[in-house]
Design a protein around this ligand. Sequence first.
Ligand code: SAH
Length: 216
Amino acid sequence: MIPDWASERSAMVARQLRARGIRDPRVLRAMGEVPREEFVPDELRLLSYRDEPLMIGRGQTISQPFMTALMAECLELEGPETVLEVGAGSGYHAAVLGLLAKKAITVEIVPALAKLAERNLAKTGRLGNIRVVAGDGSAGCPEYAPFQAISVAAGAPDVPGALVDQLCEGGRLVIPVGPLSDQSLLVVTKRRGGNTETRTAGHCRFVPLRGEEGWR
Ligand code: SAH
């Protein structure tokens, strides 16, 4: 029997997001719209709306729905922004960002996953305002900078300076920072004049950010 994806999706939004404090109506709507089952490998499809991360190949994961929603909410997107995502993976999170902002650029260091993200975004008709770039995003993506928002989907040892540099004044960066075993989800806001303010939005465990400004 084919699952009723739409009702699984709305149950996920109600039980995993709304009930746990995700409030931004645009985030809740976007999470209720993107077909997560199209971004999950065939053999795990039945688990698409589980409250957990899932393996997508090459040792990488698609984040738990709550984490995708929390990170998106932390960016406080209103619609006109250009957003950078580091770590495209399956392309799911980028699809959510594409609904929340004017344009999303997502960078992926594993070439096969960059292709997977592009394929998943194409088959769900979401490539219109999303660009998948294959490469190391730990130092950002200078050709598309600056960004009003940056979302990093892999754990970093520190906040990469290049990402702060590529953030507009008033912009926000959300990034897991800390040891490989567990990280703090940091939200860095760049104030006028370039000073930054940082708060912690929670604890998390992400796959490592590799590359020039990641774990070597
Ligand atoms: N956002 C994804 C989940 C990403 S998992 C989704 O919704 O499916 C983290 C991803 O970051 C992995 O695919 C990993 O290959 C990628 N990654 C790790 N270091 C990177 C780097 N320096 N630049 C770009 N991508 C990176």
